[in-house]
Ligand binder design. Structure first.
Ligand SMILES: Nc1ncnc2c1ncn2[C@@H]1O[C@H](COP(=O)(O)OP(=O)(O)OP(=O)(O)O)[C@@H](O)[C@H]1O
Ligand SMILES: [Mg+2]
Length: 245
């Protein structure tokens, strides 16, 4: 069974169609990358997949469950299995890292304060930030903020993590460390990861599969492993992108 399966999804804002005929499946534990030029609809597709934007056509299945036909309570249960990391890490600057990670625990679990503390310590250790509970986001480097954001996204032991631009604003060395962490999390926890990225080096280094979206056709122009697409994609632009280095 696929972790995620989209069938003929169409996303629009008001009257404007951004994406149509979107069909693909993601295996459990896959590092699945979504790429494509600015404005082609990557973030729109993520928003749609995490229930923030309702597609007007198509179906979305998570572990075999048809998300769009479930009732609100069942949708909430499914959404609990998702961890989301927005581009800016979106940590609350007035709260410590520990308090940031505590938020989803307070909202979705009945854990008491002591148990929450244990989970927070564990999640921070998982991302290489053991002991950072009392620090504020402004005291962390860009790479550490991404780690803290990932710790928060992992707080509820999600089955799927959605990650918009993990290497956005990071230098190549830090970006490589984040890639390593993403692989580590997948390998130890079996988490399925859907990652929007522009970073060719990350794609070639860690992507199991790549989905390429295109603004003009409002759809998928390629879907495969980076190496398949680099040598065999029927789309010249896709081959060019993956072969530059
Ligand atoms: N809230 C909105 N209302 C109307 N149109 C929108 C909205 N958000 C995005 N769009 C339009 O939808 C299209 C896709 O935008 P989207 O943000 O999904 O692209 P993207 O691939 O994530 O781009 P980038 O690489 O720059 O982040 C763009 O043409 C954009 O102008
Ligand atoms: Mg975007």
């Amino acid at each position: 069974m696929s972790a995620i399966r989209l069938e003929n999804i169409r996303c629009l804002y008001e009257e404007t169609i951004v994406l149509e005929n979107i069909s693909f499946a993601v295996d459990e534990g896959e590092l699945f990358f979504i790429i494509g030029g600015s404005g082609c609809g990557k973030t729109t597709l993520l928003r749609c997949m995490i229930g923030l934007l309702k597609p007007d056509q198509g179906d979305m299945f998570y572990f075999g469950k048809n998300f769009l036909s479930e009732d609100v309570e069942e949708q909430r249960m499914l959404l609990k299995k998702f961890g989301v990391l927005y581009q800016s890490s979106a940590l609350w600057s007035s709260m410590t890292i520990g308090e940031n990670i505590s938020l989803p625990l307070e909202e979705y679990t009945t854990l008491n304060k002591k148990d929450r503390r244990e989970v927070i310590a564990l999640k921070l250790a998982q991302v290489g930030l053991a002991g950072a509970e009392e620090l504020y986001p402004s005291e962390l480097s860009g790479g550490m903020r991404k780690r803290a954001g990932l710790a928060r996204a992992l707080a509820l032991d999600p089955k799927i993590v959605f990650f918009d631009e993990p290497s956005g604003g990071l230098d190549p060395v830090t970006s490589k460390e984040i890639d390593k962490l993403i692989v580590e999390v997948r390998d130890t926890l079996g988490t399925t990861m859907v990652i929007v990225s522009h970073q060719l080096s990350s794609i070639l280094r860690i992507a199991d599969r790549v989905l390429v979206l295109d603004h003009e056709t409002r759809g998928i122009i390629a879907d495969g492993t980076p190496y398949e697409l680099a040598s065999n994609s029927s789309d010249q632009r896709v081959r060019n992108f993956l072969n530059q280095s």
